[in-house]
Design a protein around this ligand. Structure first.
Ligand SMILES: Cc1cc2nc3c(=O)[nH]c(=O)nc-3n(C[C@H](O)[C@H](O)[C@H](O)COP(=O)(O)OP(=O)(O)OC[C@H]3O[C@@H](n4cnc5c(N)ncnc54)[C@H](O)[C@@H]3O)c2cc1C
Length: 395
């Protein structure tokens, strides 16, 4: 935790733009070594970027969703790993702000005063991305809860001071009640069981963890027991738009890079630059088309009236945001794939930034919301088939 925080600034996009150049220079090294970009996180904290979504009355920047997405997109075009490592922090605070309570107030204080960083763990081995069904157990004990279970893919864990995670309490009927907690990273009770070693997003420190009698004080519960699914539905625009902005940023970075390179590149068999080849032109045009579609979808979702949408149909709102995130990430993946083809074989060389972008953008297809579940819910919702009816498919 760093203690050198600047007063809150509201222009997160300007901060991202200022820091992007340095982060881009460091990106290849962290990717090669699989090392966590702690110095980037420290600089983001010191700049005030990390308090962008803390409400102004608590000393933060009170950034809008559009500002968050534009800023994250800018960071991701330079270093996707850094943007992804702080994704849960920047949108998580906004989601928590929508719920309020003592856990939120304490978190704001430590973020603004002490530069605390949040990482989030909802997915679990055996549950995967089905976030609403944690197998981690929360057992009431005097003064709080003991958490026991396992968490996978805990992005940003090396920098985390606060852990935002899910567990299930058992109610009087013996039924699980999913609940969120926002607790200080403890000295004991959380053990890294697997250091992050992956093909993409290598520098995100997305470790696997075991929670072993992890004591969480009672006032660190976020919302009510059982309210976790509703909490996601009400604040989902913050989450899925933030996720989408990271992967859109990678696509933007790839598009800009490939266009820049082809303008100055010649091959011996050509008497002019590669930019004059029809195949290159058509692919660049296709990249621009898909990028524009992704960008339009994201910012249409960003600018929607979220309060109205939640009030009218919380599940419909969740599904709409989920469809958007999956569509943006799929298009972003296609843009980067086309960029590889435009660049040619040199794109695959380990020294070339495109192969890193290619490995990183795949993660957009894998992170929540699960694309199959989204498609099922979206289709059922549109067709008037009850979304949660069991069995899921008859016949
Ligand atoms: C780089 C990276 C960073 C991540 N960081 C975090 C993080 O910080 N915090 C966090 O909580 N999680 C994080 N995740 C994990 C993520 O949230 C998902 O849990 C995880 O990617 C899901 O993958 P899985 O392999 O567990 O797939 P599963 O969810 O187990 O799915 C396996 C297969 O089954 C299908 N499937 C699964 N459930 C259903 C269903 N109900 N209906 C139909 N089909 C289904 C899927 O489509 C898939 O084909 C991260 C993931 C990645 C890739």
């Amino acid at each position: 935790m760093t203690t050198t925080t600047a007063p809150a600034r509201t222009d997160a996009v300007a901060l991202a733009t200022e820091l992007a150049g340095t982060f881009a220079e460091r990106a290849a090294g962290h990717d090669r070594d699989g090392s966590f970009p702690q110095e980037n996180i420290d600089e983001l904290v010191a700049s005030g970027y990390m308090s962008m979504t803390v409400p102004p009355e608590h000393g933060g920047g009170g950034a809008s969703l559009e500002e968050l997405c534009r800023a994250q997109q800018t960071l991701a075009a330079a270093c996707a790993n850094t943007a992804f490592a702080v994704n849960m922090h920047v949108h998580g605070i906004a989601m928590i702000a929508g719920i309020g309570g003592e856990a939120a107030t304490r978190a704001y204080r430590s973020i603004v005063d002490d530069g605390a960083v949040i990482a989030g763990g909802f997915s679990e081995p055996g549950v995967g991305g089905n976030w609403w069904h944690p197998t981690t157990k929360a057992e009431p004990v005097p003064g709080g809860y003991l958490l026991n279970g396992r968490k996978g893919f805990f992005t940003g864990f090396p920098a985390a001071d606060l852990l935002f995670l899910s567990a299930a309490l058992t109610d009087d009927r013996g039924l699980p009640q999913p609940v969120g907690f926002l607790a200080p990273k403890p000295e004991r009770g959380v053990r890294v069981t697997g250091e992050w070693d992956a093909a993409g997003m290598r520098a995100t420190g997305s470790h696997s963890l075991a929670l072993e009698d992890f004591f969480v004080p009672a006032d660190r519960m976020v919302g009510e027991p059982g309210a976790l699914p509703l909490m996601f539905m009400q604040g989902v625009h913050w989450a899925w738009c933030s996720f989408a902005s990271v992967f859109l940023g990678i696509a933007r970075g790839a598009l800009d890079l490939v266009v820049r390179e082809q303008r100055g590149r010649t091959l011996h068999v050509l008497d002019r630059t590669v930019a004059h080849l029809p195949g290159v032109q058509f692919r660049v045009a296709e990249m621009r088309t898909r990028y524009a579609a992704a960008e339009a979808h994201l910012y249409q979702a960003v600018r929607a009236d979220h309060d109205d949408a939640v009030a009218a149909d919380p599940l419909g709102h969740y599904i709409e945001m989920s469809v958007m995130k999956n569509s943006v990430c799929r298009l972003a993946h296609e843009v980067v794939t086309l960029a590889m083809q435009v660049q040619g074989g040199s794109a695959l060389l380990s020294g070339h930034p495109l192969q890193r972008m290619y490995r990183d953008v795949v993660a957009g297809l894998l992170v929540p919301p699960n694309s199959d579940v989204t498609a099922e819910w979206s289709g059922k919702h549109a067709l008037g088939v009850p979304v949660f009816a069991e069995p899921r498919w008859e016949g």
